[in-house]
Structures are given as structure tokens and as C-alpha cells.
Write a protein that binds this ligand. Structure first.
Ligand SMILES: C=CC1=C(C)c2cc3[nH]c(cc4nc(cc5[nH]c(cc1n2)c(C)c5CCC(=O)O)C(CCC(=O)O)=C4C)c(C)c3C=C
Ligand SMILES: [Fe+2]
Length: 423
């Protein structure tokens, strides 16, 4: 088989439903098995361009000005992973992101990362557990942490934006080192948890020898549907979470809050954003012993409707300075008041998690994988500092994990993830 023929077979899209098992590329398979890192795509010495398949079922576009999974609405499941980079050079890392670009395009089309071969003596190129499932609105978001730029062998020190630094210690932090930092992150969101996991598993598998896994966290959101529209999801304290978010359909607002604009940071980050991840344990047992009125005073909103205290509708104007009997209607130590008293805004895209029982306390290890996107980390830092020791919510939560990542801009067709940084 000629190189051209081999390439054309690889470019054919192979749906998970109708898996094409073709013979005759045993040679490439041997290379795959031997190298671990590179699949047939790179074994053929090329990264063939894989386009968005607009006909794929439940598909989110991979290519565009910005990465997916940031403004994409209503995420149901997340598999978030932080990785350590053990690549020895910038070239190696660049090749990894080129491979991840092709794999991501394939995965978001609902395809195998690579077609199977007929050779049963080798492990299959794709691990296979998403076979028969559609794209499930899979989104993949990649970011790099401050520690990546400290690795001298990568020669990226001069590319580090000054604001890309570990988040400061906040008064109520009780961080577990097992959930802190990371050189690279991948956020995989999908309607199906197995599709999200399959994506991360195959991306990490393809990166053997270049990355190791540091920490991961799964999460979920459930939506009440009214008139075919998904409503704001409730967190594990049963409050609607996300009401006060900026409008993702408003481009001007997103440029102000989320997307790094030209000249605002290092040029490779233009069109990108900062991702803050916090693993926040929520003390459900304490919360469940708290009167409803005290719960509502904690957030400054009604539990049933999500409306600001004293109002009827979820999206009614908050009216922070309203008073009744000379007392503020929204308590000054409420989460809502403290979040609103700073001018900074962020886009929150959080998930609930439930990870069994804490063996020491016998309590649920459950809470929020808080994820926010902002064009500068100070937006998150200023809001978190406003909560400080004052937030009434502090009595019910403990911050256990923390990480900051700079997320690349979107990928242009024919280019690759992080091209502006590694190119
Ligand atoms: C520093 C940023 C924030 C952290 C950390 C955080 C943790 C956290 N929040 C909730 C639940 C709710 N938060 C709500 C509003 C809200 N929270 C933040 C920021 C952080 N929250 C902001 C900026 C806002 C918006 C305020 C506004 O302008 O209206 C709400 C109310 C509904 C909503 O707007 O989403 C809830 C409920 C939990 C449980 C939590 C940690 C576990
Ligand atoms: Fe909040």
C-alpha cells in the first residue's frame, strides 16, 4: 500500500456505530504498539487535517475563534484532569498538542481517535468504550499552568504571562496537595460521562512518556426542563447556581469578562482565557441541619425560585441596597452581597461532585468543582478576597483543591492547539 493510500484510509471517518476494520496497515500498528505515544496518524509522518463533521449527531464544533467548553451551554458531565509534563523539549510538547488536536477533532465528531486494524495481536488504537455512542456534545478545553513555564528544558520561560502565577492563599483554604496545580489541564464535558472519560483516557494514553496524571475530578449537573429549555441547575445545597452569570450570547460582554483581548497579555493568549478550578467540599450534614431561612440568608436568594430575597423571579434585579425596617434585605455577609460588592465579574461553569465518604469523619465527600473563566486571574482573586472570612457560606464549605490554567485561543482549521505558544 502506498503512503497516499494509507493516508486516505486514515482520513476516512469511521463512526463508532459502523466501525470499519481494515487490514493491511500492520506495519503502522507495530509502530503504534511499540511507541505508545504516537498513533498511526504520526506513524505515517503526518497529521492529516480532520475537519468538523457537521452531520455528526449531538456535535459541538471543534474549530473556531475560541476553544469549546467555555461558553458552551448546559454541560451535564465533566471529567477534569490536571497533568504533569515530562516532555523533554518544546518540539516534543508541540507534537503532542498536534496529535491531541487531531484526536480532539475526531472525538468531538463522535469518532474513534483512530481506526481499528484487523491485527488482534495488538491493542486497539482506540480503547473502544464509547463505541455506539454519539458525540454527546463532547467539548474539550486545554490549558497550561504556571509550572509548565518553569521547566527549563521546554524553553518557554519568556512566554509566561506575568499574571499566570499560583493563586494566593485565601483565609479559609485547607488545600489538599493531591488536588493542587498542574502543568496542563484537560476539561472534557459531555452529556454522557462515559464519552467524557473515554476522551480523557485516550488523550492521556496517546501522551504516554510526555505527561503523567496529577489529579482529576468528575462532576455533574442536572437540569429541570421547561418549554424545552434547560433551567439553571441546582447545586447540592439545592440552590440554583449560575443565575448571576454574564450572558454568554453577548459578544461584547464576553470580550469584557472572558476573552483576552489583543495587548492585554502575551500575544499567544489573545482569544484565550484563564480557567480557575477549585475543589470545594460542601458540608451537607451541617447544611441539612440549617433552617431554610438561614440557608436563604446565606446566599441572599430564595431557594425555590432563585429570586433575590424579597423578590419573585430568578432574574429580578437584585437591588443590593434595599432595606426593610432599616435592615438590608440582602444580608451584608451573604454570598450574593459579597460577590456583588466588587466590580469584577467571572463566568462560572461549575459541577457538583460526590466522591464517597471521608474515612476520617464519616461524612460525605461531596461538593462543587468550581470552575470559572475570566480574562485575568485577578477577577477571581478579588471576588474570593471579598468573601474572605466574612462570607456566611464559609461555615458550610472548605476549599480543598486549587489550580489556575491559561487556556489557548481556539484552533483555526489546519492549525493546532497552542500553535501561538509552541509555533
Ligand atoms: C470566587 C468565586 C466564587 C466561589 C469560589 C464561589 C463558591 C460557591 N458558590 C456557591 C453557590 C452560589 N454562588 C452564587 C453566586 C455567585 N457566586 C460567585 C462567585 C463564587 N462562588 C459569584 C460571582 C456569584 C454571582 C453573584 C451575582 O452577581 O449575582 C449563587 C447565587 C446564584 C447565582 O448567581 O449563581 C449560589 C447559589 C457555592 C455552593 C460555592 C462553593 C461551594
Ligand atoms: Fe458562588
Amino acid at each position: 500500500m502506498s503512503n497516499q493510500e494509507e493516508k486516505s484510509i486514515l482520513q476516512k471517518e469511521v463512526s463508532r456505530r459502523d466501525v470499519l476494520k481494515f487490514a493491511g496497515i500492520g506495519g503502522a500498528g507495530v509502530i503504534l504498539g511499540a511507541s505508545g505515544l504516537t498513533g498511526a496518524l504520526t506513524a505515517f509522518g503526518a497529521n492529516p487535517f480532520i475537519d468538523d463533521d457537521q452531520t455528526a449527531v449531538n456535535k459541538v464544533k471543534f474549530y473556531g475563534k475560541h476553544q469549546s467548553g467555555i461558553l458552551t451551554k448546559n454541560p451535564e458531565h465533566v471529567y477534569f484532569v490536571a497533568l504533569n509534563c515530562i516532555a523533554k523539549s518544546k518540539k516534543e510538547l508541540k507534537e503532542l498538542f498536534q496529535l491531541w488536536t487531531n484526536y480532539s477533532a475526531q472525538l468531538m465528531n463522535g469518532q474513534l481517535v483512530e481506526p481499528y486494524t484487523a491485527n488482534k495481536l495488538l491493542p486497539t488504537a482506540d480503547t473502544g468504550e464509547a463505541e455506539g455512542l454519539d458525540a454527546s456534545h463532547l467539548t474539550l478545553t486545554f490549558g497550561v499552568g504556571p509550572s509548565l513555564f518553569e521547566k527549563k528544558e521546554l524553553g518557554l520561560q519568556h512566554m509566561k504571562p506575568k499574571e499566570l502565577a499560583d493563586l494566593p492563599h485565601f483565609p479559609k483554604d485547607q488545600l489538599d496537595p493531591n488536588y493542587v496545580g498542574g502543568d496542563i489541564c484537560i476539561q472534557a464535558c459531555a452529556d454522557d460521562p462515559q464519552v467524557a472519560f473515554h476522551a480523557v483516557r485516550n488523550l492521556v494514553r496517546a501522551a504516554r512518556g510526555k505527561v503523567t496524571m496529577s489529579w482529576s475530578q468528575t462532576g455533574f449537573n442536572s437540569y429541570e426542563v421547561k418549554n424545552k429549555k434547560k433551567l439553571t441547575p441546582r447545586n447540592l445545597f439545592a440552590f440554583k447556581d449560575g443565575t448571576g452569570n454574564p450572558n454568554v450570547d453577548n459578544e461584547k460582554e464576553m470580550n469584557e469578562v472572558v476573552w483576552v483581548q489583543p495587548g492585554e497579555s502575551k500575544s499567544w493568549l489573545t482569544g484565550g482565557t484563564y480557567l480557575v478550578a477549585r475543589r470545594i467540599q460542601m458540608h451537607l450534614e451541617t447544611w441539612d441541619r440549617t433552617a431554610l431561612s438561614a440557608q436563604e440568608a446565606t446566599f441572599g436568594r430564595h431557594r425555590d425560585t432563585g429570586a433575590p430575597l424579597g423578590k419573585k423571579g430568578e432574574f429580578d434585579d437584585v437591588g443590593l441596597d434595599r432595606k426593610e425596617n432599616d435592615q438590608p434585605v440582602i444580608p451584608v455577609n451573604s454570598h450574593l452581597h459579597l460577590a456583588r460588592q466588587v466590580k469584577d465579574r467571572i463566568l462560572r461553569r461549575s459541577f457538583s461532585y460526590s466522591d464517597g465518604i471521608n474515612p476520617t469523619t464519616g461524612a460525605f465527600d461531596a461538593g462543587l468543582l468550581f470552575i470559572s473563566f475570566q480574562k485575568h486571574p485577578k477577577q477571581f482573586i478579588n471576588i474570593q478576597n471579598s468573601f474572605g472570612r466574612v462570607d456566611k457560606l464559609n461555615e458550610y464549605i472548605t476549599h480543598r483543591g486549587s489550580a489556575l490554567f491559561a487556556c489557548f485561543p481556539g484552533v483555526k482549521k489546519g492549525s493546532y492547539l497552542g500553535a501561538e505558544l509552541f509555533g
